[in-house]
Design a protein around this ligand. Structure first.
Ligand code: ATP
Length: 468
């Protein structure tokens, strides 16, 4: 099986003219865990991934895989696979042909194509033109392309995009399985609930800068979630909060106040004479923490030396705000997650402003655990008729002697309808996903010769080229 390798960004910076897309970005992505890469639109996620994949040259700094820049990898398709947002598929090409072309160009045995078609559940769509695929099926095809070289490192840009619930579950299971096998899995997303469910470690980027790197447990302090407060007289409640300088969001469950605590809010409303019907201090969801990070009001959780500190609210009458056993908010993101209810409290002197001026601090990157825990819920991957075949998919690297014996030569003899190698190379230049497979320049000479030698004129899809 392919080994996961450490991804390292070392002061990686990318400017486009006056735009600093990524600034001084330093982070590590560990093998054997799923690392979520979060950031709002325009934060610099794609640019960061493109630097890693050799698609953008850093203005300064480096992005490396196992210590090597992408351009230095001898056979990149066997080291790193990527699912990018815009895979650059050629719509008139069939599913199988797309994979076959990419496999040949990367020197990967064509036997992998059939395995991967089954693995991603597209075995009945081998002859379907890409234009006819749903968005979810295209995502599966992207996943198959990324896995062609059985790489130890996977970079997935918004992999859940366009997937239905079953597809999302499939993708989640795939991602978890890849990490559990020891691979390095970096998943960019802005679907926070999705990341919350699959990521062991998190990188948050905003305005091109790293805002957080660490585990889910490092990220969220159960004492620092929003306060939900409500009253029969909502307008009086709103006025009291506004007068005290708080901003809030009006939701069905009540007014949500961030950057404060139940004791403080209870004190304010008590002084204003507002009778409350709800006063809840919630554990933070990833969304809460994410918004705080992006808006520079995140306060890292303080280390808890003494468990009683968890109950050390400023007002004696307040109930405990969290059950330490519930952890950090890395699980359920539903409304009631990590919610505890504080009794209405007396006024507190300890009123904090909404925006905290504390500097953002970035914890040291964490070390990968020796092995990730198996997910609580394991289901067979949809679309896989033969689980043994699935097991062998990941058990047999492309260097497996059996596959090697079948090798490029025999595969290409079978592939008598393949298109000329030059055309393959041209295809690769036009795509982003298969940009991560090696160019002929970086191929070992024998591979390049094999691919060129084994390529015959293709008639099955020639209309593609005419239509371009
Ligand atoms: N080729 C380019 N030329 C000029 N500016 C660019 C280029 N690529 C990205 N940018 C700018 O760099 C910044 C970061 O963009 P990037 O696409 O990396 O963000 P992102 O986090 O991936 O956003 P999204 O989630 O919307 O895809 C943005 O301001 C974007 O406009």
């Amino acid at each position: 099986m392919a080994d996961g390798q450490l991804i390292e960004f070392d002061h990686a910076t990318k400017r486009f003219g006056a735009v600093a897309a990524v600034s001084d970005f330093s982070a590590r992505v560990n093998p054997g865990v799923v690392t979520g890469f979060l950031g709002p639109n325009g934060a610099g996620k794609t640019t960061t991934l493109r630097m890693l994949l050799g698609l953008e040259r850093p203005t300064s700094g480096t992005a490396t895989i196992g210590g090597s820049r992408y351009a230095e990898l001898r056979n990149p398709a066997r080291v790193i696979g990527a699912m990018m947002e815009d895979p650059g598929f050629r719509p008139r090409r069939s599913v199988e042909r797309h994979l076959t072309t990419a496999a040949k160009a990367a020197g990967i045995p064509l036997s992998r194509v059939g395995e991967l078609l089954s693995f991603v559940g597209l075995e009945n769509d081998a002859d379907t033109r890409i234009a006819a695929l749903s968005l979810g099926m295209r995502q599966r095809l992207s996943a198959a392309t990324a896995l062609l070289g059985d790489p130890g490192v996977l970079v997935l840009d918004e992999p859940a995009n366009g997937l239905d619930p079953e597809g999302i579950r499939w993708m989640r299971t795939l991602i978890r399985g890849l990490a559990d096998e020891g691979r390095t899995v970096l998943v960019s997303s802005h679907v926070l609930s999705e990341v919350e469910q699959i990521a062991d470690e998190i990188l948050v980027i905003a305005h091109g800068e790293l805002k957080f790197a660490g585990t889910m447990e490092d990220l969220a302090d159960p004492r620092t979630g929003p306060v939900v407060v409500d009253a029969a007289d909502r307008s009086a409640l709103s006025v009291s909060l506004k007068d005290a300088g708080y901003e809030f969001e009006i939701l069905r469950s009540g007014l949500t106040v961030r950057g404060s605590d139940a004791a403080t809010i209870g004190g304010i409303t008590a002084r204003a004479g507002v009778a409350l019907t709800t006063l809840q201090q919630r554990g933070p969801t990833l969304e809460d923490v994410f918004l705080d990070l992006v808006h520079d009001r995140y306060v890292p959780p303080a280390p808890v030396a003494d468990e009683t500190a968890l109950f050390d609210l400023p007002v004696a009458s307040a109930e405990p705000v969290a059950d330490p056993s519930t952890g950090s908010g890395s699980g359920d993101s539903t409304d009631d997650a990590h919610t505890t209810v504080a009794e209405p409290v007396e006024a507190s002197e300890d009123e904090r402003p909404l925006i905290d001026d504390a500097d953002i601090t970035v914890p040291e990157p964490v070390e990968a655990p020796a092995s990730a825990e198996a997910p609580a819920e394991e289901r067979p991957l949809p679309g896989i008729s033969d689980l043994a075949a699935v097991a062998s998919l990941f058990a047999n690297p492309v260097t497996d002697p059996n596959i090697a014996a079948a090798g490029i030569e025999s595969a290409e003899v079978q592939d008598s309808e393949s298109e000329p190698a030059e055309s393959d190379a041209e295809d690769l230049d036009r795509t982003r996903v298969i940009d991560v497979v090696p160019s002929f320049d970086s191929e070992p000479a024998d591979h390049a010769a094999d691919v060129a030698e084994g390529s015959d004129d293709e008639h099955g899809d020639s209309s593609d080229d005419e239509q371009r």
